[in-house]
Design a binder for this molecule. Structure first.
Ligand SMILES: [Zn+2]
Length: 121
């Protein structure tokens, strides 16, 4: 199987964008293991395969791996430092949740320490 230079360049940049090594298209494993970075849901919206699920023994060919990367399957487990679009998005959503929680906690504390704080002195 041979691919054109143009195709190779496109593969290289697309794979590199989601976090694959720059030289993946030059040396790739015959078989690899892919991990879900995006939960797979059925048409009802229920999760059928959660983030972190691994699929082993799949072809390592760059074009195959590229197609799978578009579905959220990458050759390394999802993590806090993963730069793929799905992990980045999940982190952003988590950060928004956290900052709202901190705001409401400090708001409550301020209220409870109000006029009653020095009531006994
Ligand atoms: Zn990821």
């Amino acid at each position: 199987m041979s691919i054109s230079t143009k195709e190779r360049t496109e593969l290289r940049s697309e794979l590199n964008n989601v976090g694959y090594k720059w030289d993946y298209v030059d040396s790739w494993p015959a078989k690899t293991t892919l991990y879900r970075h995006r939960a797979q849901k059925n048409p009802q919206g229920e999760i059928v395969s959660d983030v972190g699920t691994s699929v082993s023994g799949v072809p390592g060919a760059p074009s195959y791996v590229r197609n799978k990367s578009r579905q959220g399957l990458l050759a390394w487990p999802p993590s806090e430092t993963c730069e793929c679009p799905w992990c980045t998005k999940a982190r952003q959503e988590k950060n928004i949740d956290n900052s709202e929680e901190i705001k409401s906690v400090s708001g409550r504390r301020k209220g409870s320490m109000g006029p009653h704080f020095n009531a006994d002195s």
